[in-house]
Design a protein around this ligand. Structure first.
Ligand SMILES: [Zn+2]
Length: 262
């Protein structure tokens, strides 16, 4: 592939970027077409609330989006006879962000390569209750596949910006404008509901709240100091560690579903 070829392909993506827009109805139809392709072609995803997913599914999703939304201009811009310039990864460790796009800069005159990582953790800890709706990027998602698509769309905007202008931030006005124009996103965020959000929603518990829990058959009361997968609760104790507020506390790690408000 010559330099002129790759320039022409980048120009094609630039043209797509300038002209791409859809009415809410057109955007929904394209996203539905992607959904149908996934349900038909994926070896693992057979229903909206799928229970298994592989990195091949992310590659499949990329191809479907490239066809339905980009008229092939995204894969064309990224094509390179020597190596693949886009990789995919599922992460069970990403507990706050639904997705992330990484850019590995060009070296030795070669174009940059990219990786899109998707949080399997957030996908599978959401949509566990029937009828649950979760908003991603300001769009209500009925199931896991819906949420995966909204997250993936956000990452595709990062990818386009990286390729066209070399940098990308979802806090920029340009990003928000593209995300709205191409995918109809009303808000831009990396987040699905996190364990912390769920704690706040399900039990109305947040950092600083007074809570009660059972420990060794006793009922203890304390204050929530931190929330991760469990809550850190500080309970007054004359033999406890001294904290900056002057109080002495024992620290307990309590699963969120065992907390109640005190
Ligand atoms: Zn982002």
């Amino acid at each position: 592939m010559t330099r002129a070829d790759s320039k022409a392909r980048l120009e094609r993506l630039r043209r797509w970027d300038r002209s791409s827009a859809g009415t809410p109805c057109e955007i929904r139809n394209r996203a539905d077409a992607v959904r149908r392709e996934m349900l038909e072609d994926s070896a693992r995803i057979h229903r909206g609330n799928f229970t298994r997913i592989g990195t091949e599914d992310l590659a499949l999703l990329f191809e479907a989006y490239d066809r339905q939304f980009f008229s092939g201009s995204l894969s064309a811009a990224l094509s390179d006879p020597e190596r693949s310039r886009i990789g995919f990864r599922l992460s069970s460790r990403m507990t706050r962000a639904g997705g992330k796009t990484f850019r590995f800069p060009a070296s030795g005159g070669r174009p940059p390569v990219y990786e899109i990582a998707i949080s399997s953790h957030l996908l599978f800890t959401n949509f566990t209750e029937p009828g649950a709706k979760v908003a991603v990027n300001g769009v209500a998602c009925r199931d896991r596949l819906d949420a995966l698509q909204r997250i993936f769309e956000h990452e595709l905007i990062h990818l386009v910006e990286f390729e066209l202008i070399g940098r990308s931030s979802c806090r920029s006005a340009g990003f928000r404008e593209r995300a709205r124009r191409v995918f109809g996103h009303q808000a831009t965020t990396h987040q699905l509901e996190t364990v912390q959000d769920r704690a706040a929603r399900g039990m109305g518990v947040s950092v600083g709240d007074r809570v009660a829990f059972r420990f060794d058959g006793r009922r203890l009361e304390g204050r929530v100091n931190r929330i991760t997968k469990r809550a850190t609760v500080l309970v007054n104790s004359p033999t406890g560690e001294r904290y900056t507020d002057g109080g002495q506390y024992d620290r307990y790690y309590v699963p969120l579903d065992q907390l109640e408000r005190a």
